[in-house]
Ligand binder design. Structure first.
Ligand SMILES: Nc1nc2c(c(=O)[nH]1)N[C@H]1C(S)=C(S)[C@@H](COP(=O)(O)OP(=O)(O)OC[C@H]3O[C@@H](n4cnc5c(=O)[nH]c(N)nc54)[C@H](O)[C@@H]3O)O[C@H]1N2
Ligand SMILES: Nc1nc2c(c(=O)[nH]1)N[C@H]1C(S)=C(S)[C@@H](COP(=O)(O)OP(=O)(O)OC[C@H]3O[C@@H](n4cnc5c(=O)[nH]c(N)nc54)[C@H](O)[C@@H]3O)O[C@H]1N2
Ligand code: SF4
Ligand SMILES: [Mo]
Length: 749
């Protein structure tokens, strides 16, 4: 336990044990600061803020008790759209006061690649001066596009970072979305013209297709509402290779498929819908493009053939189709991770969106919602600072590095696909980087990305902690303020916006991400455009420029959240012109219809139909390889206690899962003489890691379930750089591996 924190650990364990599955906890949690650190007699003030521990921010509301300038207690915030706080949210107290946090800027004194790094403190002013001189030198020599502006999973700093990149003139702005959610964004847009991850069921929804999501663990604030809909009578079909708490809590039918075969399953679903006339014929006739072609293609995907490919019993598929098609309206909830990480995602997610389109339940109460939202989201995306115009004025689309390798990605986003970062650095195209929340372990084949980070001539990282697997390879490290210590960006739920003021002052010399980014901008010569480094001024300008009549002052006046007036509640806006920029009826696609066959993909030389392809490495596509590595490698399912590479140092959380774990089916374990708790080697021709085996029938025979983000057992040493050509996404969920015992375990089951 950390020397700073004398925690009421028993209380914590008691609170979380009651709902151990989701690690959800109500009540309040306290942190006792070291003796003398908090003046006993100081009054307690309760301040509202929100949590960013799972990076999908800003989500659950937190009421923080502040005493003598320190947070001493957290509990769920009243009248806030997302709650209660989970074990990670509670542990944000330990993160905030973790003695391992970095609290001052530092610079490397020995060259990279010459052994252990040596660091010395540097002042903020000197740090900014050095950054400016390095970036401006590289800009002069190689153009602004040679500088990478990057945000990892942290979403909060993105709007500011993207603005900085655009001001600097670099289209080389990238984020962790290269491996997260964006594959679904692309596919939903290709089919429906709308960027959507699906819509959660409402009181008007009769059935819901959950395609690979485990919100019980990954988004507990969302899961509670889904459970309420289940209790009300909404039917659920859940597609997932594992038995999860979401499956046991929600599913009327569980389609437990072989990882990476989603395309065949979705096409089989459509086969049954069309075979039995279970689709909306009027809608299809008027509003879809490519129906006959799709109809011909799905002929071969009979439930029996689909069972062979996916391992899902034909009868279950039939039952699932009936649940969704006979309970209208249906909605779809789709995935940012589980079903995105495959070499064929650009096709199969289109087939998934085609299912919901064929039900015709689009833009109706309880169905898949459509229509524009606010002009910015919580990560203050492109529209926020009118970046589209600046991007066009500077001709940035023409100088993007990713447009030949990933043209469909480049078609949709004003951020680059970072999959080929190693190649871009090796070719001298990217020479420097401003890397906020960067984690080299998030990409497949980690060492390739470590090399890329090391080989850039100058890199500055901005983080809460020093993470050796990444930061040993950078030149400078700046300390970021945590969520209790910062202001930007706002929290957004639908049209409701919550402003946040810092709850406490930043620790040591830490500064908030937006401030650091704006100050780098000032040092680079954009003093005026970066508001002299003022976060308040930046936020205010973003609000005022959004064209929805809001300002920072207005939001401050509404601590209960400000509901932006307007927003159409009309249904079927595709009939009336409410979905397209040109005001014409139809969907926001080239044909104005739902594209069951994609014209955009055809334009870029891809197959227009959502064709099924086996994963690049699989027992079917590479049977020879499968002789040596016979298990499907499914990596990265979320656990309730950690966020990716984060939070492993927090004692409250670490006790739940102290070691890296691989989960195996009892049959696979027995065949290999592996007992529960045994040390095992997980390996393939690309790499190996050592982990603890957990034996469970929650996973399918023939599939292993491995958690990611462990620096001592980084599963991305085994995952491959076979990127989906449409989205650029890596195959984290469907590779091949083998497992063998290396040590004794204790038998616990
Ligand atoms: N095998 C496998 N690999 C995967 C996945 C998988 O499922 N399987 N999932 C992929 C997905 S979906 C994602 S999102 C990525 C994970 O994306 P990553 O970017 O790896 O996410 P984290 O490890 O949470 O955070 C990275 C760093 O950001 C720092 N950080 C966190 N918040 C902030 C902040 O607000 N400001 C600053 N300055 N720093 C911050 C953290 O301390 C950490 O060092 O991993 C991907 N990689
Ligand atoms: N506690 C916690 N919460 C988090 C995060 C975290 O690290 N920790 N990360 C956040 C981030 S960045 C993200 S992207 C989200 C992810 O949120 P989710 O997508 O809910 O999380 P996962 O557990 O990665 O994947 C969901 C399910 O997909 C299933 N799956 C795996 N392979 C396949 C496949 O081939 N096909 C299908 N159909 N399903 C498959 C898995 O078994 C898993 O149960 O979670 C967010 N929330
Ligand atoms: S789910 Fe947990 S970690 Fe995520 S925002 Fe809510 S309290 Fe924070
Ligand atoms: Mo993610």
């Amino acid at each position: 336990m950390s020397e700073y924190i004398n925690v009421s650990r028993r209380t914590f364990l008691k609170g979380t044990a009651a709902v151990a599955g989701a690690a959800l906890a109500g009540g309040a949690y306290e942190i006792v600061h070291p003796e003398g650190a908090v003046a006993e007699e100081a009054p307690i003030e309760v301040k509202n803020t929100y949590c960013d521990m799972c990076n999908h921010v800003p989500k659950c509301g937190i009421a923080a008790s502040v005493k003598d300038g320190k947070v001493v207690r957290v509990e769920a915030r009243d009248k806030y759209p997302a709650d209660p706080i989970c074990a990670k949210g509670i542990s944000s107290l330990q993160e905030l006061y973790d003695p391992h946090r970095i609290t001052y800027p530092m610079v490397r004194t020995n060259p990279k690649g010459t052994g252990a790094p040596e660091w010395e403190p540097i002042s903020w002013d000197d740090a900014y001066a050095r950054i400016a001189s390095e970036l401006n030198r590289i800009k002069e020599e190689s153009g602004p596009e040679a500088v990478l502006f990057y945000c990892g999973d942290p979403k909060e700093p993105r709007g500011a970072m993207q603005r900085l990149a655009t001001l600097f003139g670099s289209p080389t702005y990238g984020t962790e979305s290269s491996t997260c959610a964006a594959a679904t964004w692309i596919c939903s847009q290709l089919v429906t013209g709308q960027l959507t991850m699906g819509s959660d069921p409402t009181d008007a929804t009769a059935s819901c297709l959950v395609w690979s999501l485990n919100p019980a663990w990954s988004q507990p604030y969302r899961f509670g509402d889904m459970m309420k809909q289940k209790e009300r009578g909404c039917k659920f079909v859940v597609v997932d290779p594992r038995i999860t708490p979401t499956v046991t809590g929600l599913a009327d039918v569980h389609l437990q498929l072989r990882p990476g075969t989603d395309g065949a399953l979705a096409l089989g679903f459509i086969h049954v819908m069309l075979r039995d006339g279970l689709y909306d014929k009027d809608f299809v006739e008027k509003w879809t493009h490519g129906f006959d072609e799709l109809s011909g293609y799905v002929q071969e995907f009979t439930p029996e053939r689909v069972e062979e490919i996916t391992w899902v019993p034909a009868a279950k598929l039939e039952e699932a189709v009936r649940i969704i098609c006979e309970n209208a309206p249906a909605t779809l909830v789709s995935s940012s991770a589980g079903a995105c990480h495959a070499t064929n995602v650009g096709n199969f997610q289109r087939a998934v969106y085609s299912i919901i389109a064929l039900t015709g339940d689009l833009d109706v109460a309880g169905g898949l919602a459509m229509g524009p939202g606010l002009p910015f989201d919580y990560s203050a995306s492109t529209a926020a600072f009118r970046l589209e115009d600046m991007y066009a004025e500077k001709g940035l689309q023409d100088i993007r590095y990713d447009k030949d390798d990933f043209p469909v990605w480049a078609h949709y986003f004003k951020m680059i696909q970072t999959a080929h970062l190693p190649e871009l650095v090796a070719d001298g195209k990217i020479r420097a980087g401003v890397l906020l929340g960067v984690n080299s372990m998030m990409w497949p084949q980690t060492p390739e990305y470590q090399r890329a980070i090391k080989d850039m001539e100058f890199t500055v990282a901005i983080d809460y902690y020093m993470r050796p697997w990444t930061h040993d390879l950078v030149d400078m490290l700046l300390p970021a303020a945590m969520c209790y210590e910062r202001m930007a960006p706002p929290a957004i739920f639908g049209r409701k916006i919550f402003h946040r003021d810092p709850v406490v002052k930043p620790m040591g010399q830490c500064r908030e991400d937006w401030q650091i980014i704006l100050e780098i901008g000032c040092a680079l010569g954009f003093e005026e455009e970066c508001y002299g480094g003022s976060v308040e001024a930046a936020l205010d300008d973003m609000y005022r420029g959004a064209g929805i009549d809001i300002s920072l002052e207005l939001l401050r006046e509404h601590p209960e959240g400000y509901e932006v007036p307007g927003g159409s509640k009309d249904e079927k806006k595709y009939e009336t012109g409410g979905l397209r920029k040109d005001g014409q009826p139809g969907f926001n696609t080239p044909t104005g219809k739902i594209e069951l066959v994609s014209e955009i993909l055809k334009q870029y030389g891809f197959e227009g139909l959502p064709v099924y392809e086996e994963p690049v490495h699989s027992p079917v596509s590479t049977p020879d390889e499968a002789k040596d590595y016979s298990l499907v490698l499914n990596s990265g399912s979320r656990v309730p206690y950690y966020t990716h590479s984060k939070l492993r140092d927090l004692p409250w959380l670490n006790q739940f899962m102290p070691d890296p774990v691989v989960r195996l089916h009892p049959d696979d374990a027995e065949a290999r003489g592996i007992t529960d708790g045994a040390q095992v080697r997980v390996f393939n021709q690309f790499g190996e890691v050592t982990m603890k085996a957990e034996i469970t029938n929650l996973v399918l025979p023939g599939v292993v379930d491995v958690f990611h983000g462990w620096h001592q057992a980084d599963i991305n040493l085994l995952t491959t750089r076979d990127f989906d050509p449409i989205t650029g996404f890596p195959p984290f969920r469907s590779g091949l591996c083998e497992v063998e015992r290396t040590g004794k375990g204790k038998i616990t089951v």
